[in-house]
Structures are given as C-alpha cells and as structure tokens.
Design a protein around this ligand. Structure first.
Ligand code: DGL
Length: 257
C-alpha cells in the first residue's frame, strides 16, 4: 500500500471566499502542498445558527485530518468565530489557524477614525467579535455592517453583473463619504473590492489574509512542520457538492488578477 501523503495543509471555507486566503498562503509558503475544500453543500455559513456552523466545521476539520492534513486553516471568519477553539482543543498537535476581521490593523493605521466592518450576520453577532471590537473601541469608531446574502451572491460568480452592483448600493450608499476605511470581515468580500470601492471611494481596505498566512508560517515553524521540499507545491481543489462548475470557479478565483 502507498504511504499516505501527509505533507499538506487542509484549508476550508463555505466556498470561494477561502480562495482569498489560499492565495496569500501559497504566496507565503510556496513549497507547501494545499488541499482546498469548499463546503458548498452547507453554504452560506453566515446566516445559520452558531451551533450548526460549529458542528459543520468540526466535521470538516475531522475529514481533513482523516485525509492526512498536517495543519488546518479555517479560511472563514464565520467558522473561525464558531469553531476555532473547539477544533484546536480536539487536535492539540496540529496547527489550527483561523481568520478574524482585520479590526486591529485598521484601528492602528486609521487612528481614531470611522471604520466600516462588513461581515456576515453571524460573525458580528458573536461574543468573539464583540470582544475584538471592545479592545479597539478607544482607538477607532467601528461601524458594524451585516451583509446577509452577499457571500452567497459572490459564490455565484459573474461579479460584473448589475444585480450585484444594486445589492452593494443598497448596502453601502448610506456610508459613502461617511467612513475612512473598510474592514472586509468575510473572506468572500476581497473579490468584490473594486465594486465596493466604486461606491465608497478611495479609502483603505483591510482583510485578514496576510495575517493568517504569516500566522500559519509561524505555527508550522514552531511545530517543525514546514515542508523540506524545494520545488513549488501543488494545490488541489475539492468541494462538498463535487460539481465541476464549482471547481472551475475555485480555480478561476485562485488565478484572478
Ligand atoms: N467566507 C465566510 C466568512 O469569511 C462566510 C461566507 C458564508 O456565509 O458562508 O465569513
């Protein structure tokens, strides 16, 4: 029997959003192999209740461990807030890295300014976000904006179509000219950065991808789990619906300029 391949990192999200994280992971760790898993059968996570998302994320992490992942990246703000702690406690020897809304870098750069925090309804409802926002409430005026339906719409692709523009205008026009920066607190949103910018103008944007990639590298180093390969690593895409259309969409988002 072939030895099981265990020198790879498992990355998951409800869908294409996780690809915005994956792109930074492969840039930071070019020799690692990655398995990206989009849980499209359970998408969107952000409008489910917390217990359900925790269960879904725990099951998925278990499947990635069973397939041989040496580390897990929860490439989703919603699943991180619901399940990162419980997943970490289940696999003590495995680095488990999540993503959280980039409130800290935004508050540090835009000292005492007004910052819009776009995220799924569930992320903003959780105590984890409230604690994060509380830590920076003296340094910035945070304006949380739940965006129901937005991740699901991005998941459909065709980002140039007018219905997405209308959806964004409904959500964002009240803030045009009113905020000094934006936190993209859902991993799907970096793919529509240009469309958001068209409404809110040339203000700074922040997301958690870079920080997550650096954290993964630190955690792999500390656990002596960095690969010894010197050639470029491979990326494999998979999804819970196993639809070819979805896998092609993941690849297209991964290659997007
Ligand atoms: N991409 C996920 C996040 O970062 C959520 C999308 C969804 O609602 O499934 O929160």
């Amino acid at each position: 029997m072939e030895p099981k391949h265990t020198d790879f990192i498992g990355v998951f999200d409800s869908g294409v959003g996780g690809i915005s994280i994956l792109r930074e992971l492969t840039a930071e760790l070019p020799n690692e192999d990655f398995l990206f898993y989009g849980d499209s059968a359970n998408a969107p996570y952000g409008e489910k209740d917390e217990e359900e998302v925790r269960q879904i994320a725990e099951d998925l992490a278990q499947r990635l461990i069973d397939r041989g992942s040496k580390a897990i990246v929860i490439a989703c703000n919603t699943a991180t807030s619901a399940a990162a702690e419980s997943i970490r406690s289940r696999y003590p020897g495995v680095p488990v890295v999540g993503v959280e809304p980039a409130v800290k870098p935004a508050a540090m750069e835009l000292d005492h300014k007004k910052i819009l925090v776009m995220a799924t309804p569930m992320t903003l409802k959780r105590d984890k976000y409230k604690a994060l926002a509380g830590r920076f409430s003296e340094n910035a005026q945070l304006v949380p904006l739940a965006c129901p339906g937005l991740a699901a719409r991005i998941e459909q692709g065709s980002l140039e179509e007018s219905d997405l523009k209308e959806m964004l205008e409904d959500l964002l026009l009240p803030y045009a000219g009113q905020v000094d920066g934006v936190v993209l607190g859902c991993t799907h949103y970096p793919f529509i950065q240009n469309e958001i910018r068209e409404i809110l103008g040339e203000i700074p944007f922040f997301d958690g991808a870079r920080g997550t990639a650096r954290e993964l590298k630190r955690r792999l180093e500390a656990a002596h789990l960095l690969t010894e390969r010197t050639e470029r690593g491979k990326v494999v895409f998979d999804s819970s619906r196993k639809s070819l259309k979805e896998l092609l969409l993941y690849e297209a988002f991964y290659e997007m300029n």
